[in-house]
Design a binder for this molecule. Structure first.
Ligand code: UD1
Length: 417
């Protein structure tokens, strides 16, 4: 167990290089199950979710080694089923279902875990796989899927779910015939999977738009690949810079992936400069309040909502944050209240009365992005904050204490046994 001790009130200053996208690499790892041979994936974030996925792949007979930020996979025979303990610790492990079904004709996995941020059903994943010909049942808390053969189909998603789009897309690569996924999620990570699968020999087109077409092929090989930059890690540091009135340059970013955030911050008065691969944040004189609503890409990302809400505490006046993707993603607000934050939540709407000082105190992170928000609050507050439950944050941010220190923050990681 670990906690983070922060002395607030210091501006972040300096340069940070953003790592590869968690929400992409986990799916690339799942996609590798469809192929054969040796994979070398670079810019892999050294985070706990990647380590969990390494465990999932090993349990399926894949040789997997993470060395620094490089991942080596060797895929030959694939067999077995992922242990319940691993699947329950990370929702992304459900992404092995489509690939296993396509590769082996059957898949059995425990109902997945992940962040406690509201209801996260799997109906869209399962309906899509059924449309490809799978028979799926829930047996004692496990999902059991079987298909002698998968056949291409025209599938309309009732909502553009990221995970469901990816699961169906991966399964369809080895199906007979052509699959069309309509109302598909358009997140940049889906384009990354398309590129990766196509390098393995798949025939996927349209990712990044809401219609994806997959022409099935009989088998897939391997690929060397560099993961796209993590737009959520980048957005978190952009917000941390703005929240402390700092001056931070971010390298290895794709600025247009961050557009929904950068547009709002600019409107709030944060000076931002963008160049190819680079975002620079400068100190703001004063922040204006804002209204945002989370939405599927290219809308404002739900994974930056908690960090943004925290930043809006600095803007004098009333900001409004609507969460439209998940139904319970305001858990961190109770913790912010302990620091003196004035935020009222009713259903999926938070009203933030900003402009008052925050004071440091003991806080507990309850999920990954909520944890990141509490760290930003600790940086903004007067005095010391202690953030417990750091394991949530370790799932998705590589060495957050070290990176904040490198930007001049006083942040100390304490191992508590
Ligand atoms: C992914 C990201 C997560 C991000 C989310 C939305 C990963 C590992 N995680 O999660 O960080 O917050 O996209 O951008 O990539 N839904 C259903 N039925 C389904 C599937 C989803 O009702 O079968 C609902 C969910 O409950 C939720 C919404 O759709 O309310 C969005 O979920 P989805 O896009 O599937 O998110 P994830 O892929 O789980």
């Amino acid at each position: 167990m670990a906690k983070l001790l922060i002395e607030g009130g210091r501006r972040l200053n300096g340069t940070i290089r953003i790592g590869g996208a968690k929400n992409s690499v986990l799916k690339l790892m799942a996609a590798a199950i469809l192929g054969h041979g040796a994979f070398h994936i670079t810019d892999v974030p050294a985070i706990d979710d990647v380590r969990t996925m390494v465990g999932v792949l090993r349990s399926l007979g894949v040789q997997a080694f993470l060395q620094g930020n490089e991942l080596h996979l060797s895929v030959n025979g694939v067999h077995g089923r992922p242990p319940e303990r691993l699947v329950q610790s990370m929702r992304a492990s459900v992404q092995v279902m489509g690939p296993l079904l396509a590769r082996l004709g059957s898949a059995e996995i425990a109902l997945p875990g992940g962040c406690a941020i509201g209801t996260r059903p799997l109906d869209i994943h399962l309906d899509g796989l059924r449309r490809l010909g799978a028979r799926i049942e829930e047996v004692e808390g496990r999902i059991v899927a079987k298909a002698e053969v998968l056949k291409g189909a025209d599938i309309v998603l009732r909502y553009p779910s990221v995970g469901a789009t990816e699961n169906i897309l991966m399964a369809a690569t080895l199906a007979q015939g052509t699959t069309v996924i309509r109302n598909a999620a358009r997140e940049p990570e889906i384009l990354d999977i398309q590129e990766f699968l196509n390098r393995m020999g798949a025939k996927v087109q349209g990712a990044g738009t809401s219609v994806i077409t997959v022409h099935g092929v009989p088998d897939l090989g391997c690929a060397d690949y560099r993961v796209i930059p993590d737009r959520i890690e980048a957005g978190t540091y952009v917000i941390a810079a703005a929240a402390t009135g700092g001056q931070v340059q971010l390298l290895n970013v794709i600025p247009h992936h961050l557009e929904p955030l950068l547009r709002i911050l600019t409107a709030m008065g944060v000076p931002i400069e963008v160049e190819e691969g680079i975002v620079r944040v400068y100190p703001a004189e004063e922040l204006s309040p804002a209204q945002i609503q989370t939405a599927p890409y290219p809308g404002f990302p739900t994974d930056l909502q908690p960090q943004f809400t925290t930043l809006s505490l600095k803007a004098r006046g009333q900001s409004i944050v609507r969460e439209s993707v998940y139904d319970n993603r305001f858990g961190y607000i109770r913790e912010l209240g302990k620091m003196g934050a004035d935020i009222t939540v009713s259903q999926n709407r938070a009203v933030v009365n900003g402009g008052r000082p925050l004071w440091g105190t003991s806080l507990v992170a309850g999920d990954l992005r909520g944890g990141a928000a509490l760290i930003i609050a600790g940086l903004m507050a007067e005095g010391y904050s202690e953030i417990d439950g750091l394991y949530h944050v370790d799932r998705g941010y590589e060495d957050i204490a070290g990176r904040l220190q490198a930007l001049g923050a006083r942040a100390l990681r304490l191992e508590t046994g």
